[in-house]
Design a protein around this ligand. Sequence first.
Ligand SMILES: Nc1ccn([C@@H]2O[C@H](COP(=O)(O)OP(=O)(O)OP(=O)(O)O)[C@@H](O)[C@H]2O)c(=O)n1
Ligand SMILES: C[C@](O)(CO)[C@H](O)COP(=O)(O)O
Length: 227
Amino acid sequence: MTCHLLIPAAGSGKRMGADCNKLLLPLLGKPILQWTLEAAIASEAIAWIGVMGQPHDYPEFQKIFNEISQLKPIRLIQGGATRQASVFNGLKALPIDCDHVLIHDGARCLVTPELFDRCDVALQKMQGFIAAVPVKDTIKVVDGLTIVDTPNRDHLWAAQTPQGFQLDVIKNAHLTALELGWEVTDDAALLEKVGLAVQIVMGEETNLKVTTPQDLAIAEFILNQRN
Ligand SMILES: Nc1ccn([C@@H]2O[C@H](COP(=O)(O)OP(=O)(O)OP(=O)(O)O)[C@@H](O)[C@H]2O)c(=O)n1
Ligand SMILES: C[C@](O)(CO)[C@H](O)COP(=O)(O)O
């Protein structure tokens, strides 16, 4: 157990349309964030967990931490205005002995401990990687309502988290992004923009991100299948 994990959990869940952070919404009786944390705690690889949140959510987050096993240290870190800013805050708060990091969205609450463990193995070998799955749909590139391209699906993968990085590499990429005003939706994109290779680790079809009310219903269905 050596791996450090950062969990961005400081969003507001606009697309969910709830009146609170969507990670506090119940999924089969437990907050979404609790499912994510329980998978991280069950992973053999993860030794330390940092959760980025907004201060107004701290009391609810603390209740969740109290509900789950305290076998691993969980540190609360102040989130930022965007996912990117929240991750950057997390990177700056990592313990001094950390040289590699996994980053996993709190909203991907169906992640399995086995996926975390597979990612930890990748972390030992790669400077940067993401969990991803091959795209099943035929994807169209559209301008207005007109199709301009149908990319070859063999080259299309859907990005997930965990994403894992050598710490100095991802920190430098975030610093460059700050200097140059880059805004991206995942951490791998920053490495891509500075011209560094990012590998793929096979993700999980069920590792969906709970973004809309429909996702919540699908997540409930998948969890019921697991029980
Ligand atoms: N300022 C932010 C925004 C997002 N996140 C986190 O990043 C993950 C992925 O973001 P997303 O699913 O987009 O969450 P929200 O920003 O909450 O949702 P929305 O975009 O619909 O508002 C989530 O776990 C979310 O809590 C974060 O830590 N800090
Ligand atoms: C990081 C991510 O979960 C990868 O799929 C995703 O990019 C988060 O943000 P999004 O804006 O919901 O795509």
